[in-house]
Design a protein. Structure first.
Length: 252
């Protein structure tokens, strides 16, 4: 079994190091111990707000603006941003996600913010790993173990849904109708399931992502833990075709 969750599994490596976390699992425990909720505080007389976490009414801090934007993002977040290099090197993928930009996990408010959901997910991610899940890329997949181990991967749904106005029911309906005409995988989906996806943005995301995971199901078993020291702390967003590169060497 492979399970995907649409949140950031970690933060930039420098932030984990700052908090004395040698592994991402140390960081999850750190968040679970109460630090995550303290970082989410926006205005409170009793607690000093960490100004690196922003969102209405607070603006992005200067230290994460301009040439310093990359400090607020993980390597995988920057990789998933559309850049001239990406547009030239993979035009099909660039066309699919043109104009789609992942947000920094430090953003905890406003449109597209990911920080709040990520910090509140981490205690649950920790429970899942302690219950036996392997978590890629920190662990290798273990489908062939005895007994087999389930796999957990980080997902960015926009990479799989493409550019569609998901908040608009008519846009969701048009997207799914077009898919049913051209894609046998969608054509086989029962009408009640399609109706649920048309009625809810969350259900739409879930359906599209699980169908893409099904389409690329053979890619999960070969996933190996990374040996790259930065990615061991920050993680990697799974997407179809993601590879273990020279800086993400395979490990048994």
């Amino acid at each position: 079994m492979a399970v995907s969750i649409d949140c950031c599994f970690s933060y930039p490596a420098w932030f984990l190091t700052e908090h004395g976390c040698a592994t991402v699992f140390d960081f999850w425990r750190h968040v679970t111990a109460g630090h995550g909720e303290r970082w989410l505080v926006r205005d409170c007389a009793e607690l000093a707000r960490d100004e690196r976490f922003w969102g209405k009414p607070h603006k992005r801090p200067v230290q994460f603006c301009g040439d310093h934007l990359h400090r607020s993002m993980r390597l995988t977040d920057m990789e998933n941003k559309i850049t001239p290099k990406l547009l030239a090197g993979d035009p099909a993928r660039a066309a699919l996600v043109k104009g789609i930009t992942p947000k920094s996990p430090f953003q905890i408010g406003g449109s597209g913010s990911v920080g709040t959901g990520s910090l509140r997910a981490m205690p649950h991610l920790l429970r899942l790993r302690e219950a036996g899940f392997r978590v890629w890329p920190f662990d290798s997949a273990a489908f062939d173990a005895r007994p087999p181990r389930p796999l957990l991967v980080e997902m960015y749904t926009r990479l799989l849904t493409g550019a569609v106005k998901k908040s608009n029911p008519e846009a969701r309906k048009a997207y799914l109708a077009a898919k049913r005409k051209t894609d046998p995988t969608y054509a086989a989906i029962p009408r009640p399931v399609l109706n649920s996806a048309m009625a809810s943005e969350d259900a739409f995301d879930a359906l599209v992502c699980v169908l893409e995971m099904l389409r690329h199901r053979d890619e999960f078993a070969p996933l190996h833990a990374t040996l790259d020291p930065i990615l061991q702390l920050e993680g990697i967003t799974w997407r179809p075709g993601v590879q273990v590169t020279s800086t993400q060497e395979k490990s048994d």
